[in-house]
Write a protein that binds this ligand. Structure first.
Ligand code: 6PG
Length: 231
């Protein structure tokens, strides 16, 4: 059985199974109500579409994003655009609020606007995180000085990974201020990063190793067998 450092790990067969488990967790939160922070990446949209199919009423949810590319919302690189197509457009009842990062404003202005939107917002209920093959989460990249920023809650960043488009990202303490932090990771290209992020010592080389729910929050990871291979 895979074990991590302060992370409860669930390993399932493949990417579809990862997406299904995460979709079930999203549905549970949609029914209970609360705040959910979405992530970009390749596996999450599969989970979003499944979740929308299982529960088309998200009226009790406040929706946020952990990071965004500085692209217009209808650009294929937009994390919001991806979630709109896979989740929002499939719902019968939309979320109570949808807090999109405005990538089209550029990284500094877009981050400042999001930081204002986050003022006074308390602990999130559920934060989803993908993990890059280099160990990045949201748009917090290995050894970038942005890893040490504690406020404002959202900042601009250069891209440390493809697509090489400027980013807006929540800062680490804001991401970690959640009742549950949930990693979803699939594929053998992630196995090294998963081992470093979930089982290794905290290190700026691997931003995922710094991401753990703060306070009384719990951290979980849903992995496929390939991503868990080096744990
Ligand atoms: C982004 C994401 C990012 C993502 C990882 C993993 O905007 O790119 O928020 O942090 O989760 O890069 O992405 P993949 O699942 O596509 O590898």
């Amino acid at each position: 059985m895979a074990s991590g450092r302060d992370v409860e790990i669930t390993v399932v067969a493949d990417e579809q199974a990862v997406a299904r488990l995460v979709a079930e967790r999203l549905v549970e939160q949609a029914r209970a109500g609360g705040s959910i922070v979405l992530t970009g990446g390749s596996t999450p949209p599969i989970a979003y579409a499944l979740a929308a199919g299982m529960e088309p009423d998200w009226s009790r949810v406040d929706l946020w994003w952990g990071d965004e590319r500085c692209s217009p919302p209808d650009d294929p690189n937009s994390n919001y655009g991806q979630a709109k197509a896979s989740l929002l457009d499939r719902l019968e009842t939309p979320p109570a609020s949808v807090h999109r990062m405005q990538g089209e404003l550029g990284r500094d202005e877009g981050a400042a606007a999001y930081a204002r939107e986050l003022e006074g917002v308390g602990t999130f209920d559920l934060v989803l995180l993908g993990l890059g093959p280099d160990g990045h989460i949201a748009s917090l990249f290995p050894n970038f000085p942005t890893l040490d920023v504690t406020e404002p809650a959202a900042i601009g960043s250069e891209a440390g990974h493809e697509p090489f488009i400027d980013r807006i990202t929540m800062v680490m303490p804001r991401i970690c201020d959640t009742r549950e932090l949930l990693f979803l990771v699939a594929g053998d290209g992630k196995a090294d990063a998963v081992a470093r992020a979930l089982a290794g010592a905290p290190s700026h080389d691997t931003p995922g190793s710094l991401a753990r729910a703060s306070g009384a929050g719990s951290t979980r990871a849903v992995l496929d067998e390939a991503a868990a291979a080096k744990l």
